[in-house]
Design a protein around this ligand. Structure first.
Ligand code: ZN
Length: 171
């Protein structure tokens, strides 16, 4: 397993549309392992392939609590089939926007369809932190970041800060 370097805001790669996975082969399984390793190392509770520079519709999630056993999940080509009218608010962060957190309101419940590493299609209804995490990660596959769901003023501030930082690093 390999820990992959993370793509950080304002890298335009984060705005790409990711492409569907055609077949579940060994390369996909190995990449899923690498993504999980990268997510656990960060540490984070979710990671989309584009965050390590691969524009593929693939994400990994583990929302188990610290004292619980690890519960790695892999979702290929995930699609949101329906969302609840009820909303919930969580303080979100993103491995591509380190050390920045903001409250985001999203549907409290989502039903998703996805391809599993077993090569089968699955449907699942999620609530709580998993529902928020799935929506956050599926957004990544469409080039959307959680800061797109906050006020423009706050978003402009965080983009400016990260743009400055990136300039400093590359100088
Ligand atoms: Zn993210």
């Amino acid at each position: 397993m390999t820990i992959k370097p993370l793509i950080i805001l304002p890298d335009p790669v984060l705005r790409l549309q990711s492409k569907p996975i055609e077949t579940v082969d060994q390369a996909v399984r190995t990449f899923a392992d690498d993504m999980l390793e990268t997510m656990y190392d960060a540490p984070g509770i979710g990671l989309a392939a584009i965050q390590v520079g691969e524009p593929l519709r693939m994400l990994v999630i583990d929302v188990s609590k610290e004292e619980e056993e690890k519960a790695p999940r892999v979702f290929l080509n995930p699609e949101i089939l329906s969302t609840s009218d009820a909303r919930s608010t969580y303080e979100e962060g993103c491995l591509s926007i380190p050390d920045y957190y903001a409250e985001v309101e999203r549907p409290a419940e989502v039903t998703v369809r996805y391809l599993g590493l077993d090569g089968q299609m699955h449907e699942e209804t999620a609530d709580g932190i998993l529902a928020t995490c799935l929506q956050h990660e599926i957004d990544h596959l469409n080039g959307v970041l959680f800061i797109d769901h906050i006020s423009k003023l706050k978003r402009d501030m965080v983009v400016k800060k990260f743009t400055k930082q990136a300039r400093r690093v590359s100088a």
